[in-house]
Design a protein around this ligand. Sequence first.
Ligand SMILES: Cc1cc2nc3c(=O)[nH]c(=O)nc-3n(C[C@H](O)[C@H](O)[C@H](O)COP(=O)(O)O)c2cc1C
Length: 424
Amino acid sequence: MADMSIEFSGITLKNPIIVASAEPSNSVENIKQCIDYGAGAVITKTIGDIPGMQQLTKNSKYAILNDQGRIIKGKVPRSFVFYSRSGYISEPASDWISILKETQEYAAANGSAIIANIASGTLQGWIELAQMCEDCGAPMLEVNFQCPHPAGMGEGADGIWIAQDPGVTAKVTRAIVDAVNIPVMVKLTPETNRLAEVAKAAMDAGAASVAVNSRFVGFAVDIETAEPYIDGPAGVGGPWAKYITQRWVNEIYQKVGCHISGSNGIFDWRDAIEFIMSGARSMQVGSVLMLKGIEWLPKVINGMEKFLDDHGYPDIASIHGIASKKALMTAPELFAVDPVYTLIDHDKCKFPKCNICTRMCFYDSLKEGQEYIQTAPDTCIGCELCLNVCPFDAITMTTDKELALRSQEMFAEETSEATIQAVQ
Ligand SMILES: Cc1cc2nc3c(=O)[nH]c(=O)nc-3n(C[C@H](O)[C@H](O)[C@H](O)COP(=O)(O)O)c2cc1C
């Protein structure tokens, strides 16, 4: 059995799957359930001191949409879109002193950990919340620099605005890091194109890791009523967001090289493996637990373990960042890759019934002949779009341009000979 444990931000997790800060971690009962189902760690829903954000949670709205933008009721598919609005935990932060103590004790007894997620509207508030959580035994903090909603609350320049600015991120991170002795993870927002810069600012200011990242703010419309769902803009996410998140995980892994917790778009173990290979050391799952239940957790964890075993990987660490390390980042490196050319297997090709490759070739390299698709290796740029759109697996690519040219010529000769013989 592969070793699923991983060292993250200075603490050892029994597995890299962390329950994200959201409703599945908003109470003692829910947190204990996450631990019972095997979570490597659980991040509390945000413990904050902004009254509007506490009130907002009591007015939470959740809509599940399908890939056509219609409300789903019942079974949730992998292609779901979760459109929702909620705030921080509803209770005053002080209520969480006992909750943190109780859940941390339970977590420790079960080889898990509670990471306290905090947010404030003032610098002093951040410090006080951080110290409160440390005093309760939390082994680590996650700071919510990314929640979009405080901006609408008129209660301070916090939330999304912190993680949009490297300078503000550095300032608030430094104040928190100086105030506690436990590792601090800074949670980033995707609502900026400066994620790598912000991550670096956080790390330079003493953070132990970054969480990459929270969800986007979206606007979803019900075309039948001509109204936005749940009355207006809201957080939006789902497995479709994974690729965008992984872009940043990869970039931060390469440019900053820090510990990363991947969040935003994980449905099952496949996504979690992708995140690790992109450079994340741990992964956070949120929405899927709200839509499939906390009992979904073991599917993710066990699926990852099976993947490692099936592929002969001894442990989680051995796949960390392996895809990222192979990513060609510079144009000269990309341009140095050997060009490839289209080869058509005319036995498999169904022309003239099908001509999709000619319609999808935008480089004039695939043309309809009398009886067969003709290739023009001289104009082929090797983009592989024809390979991907061919429904009959009739296309392969070759790096051998001579072969591509010869095959086209030989084929042209054979067909003209066959035509001559048929006419004779
Ligand atoms: C309903 C809901 C509530 C959330 N509440 C919080 C929160 O209180 N604090 C926080 O930092 N992130 C919060 N998040 C963001 C999640 O922690 C997570 O980063 C995000 O949902 C992306 O992960 P996912 O694709 O697994 O859902 C919330 C997300 C959702 C969907």
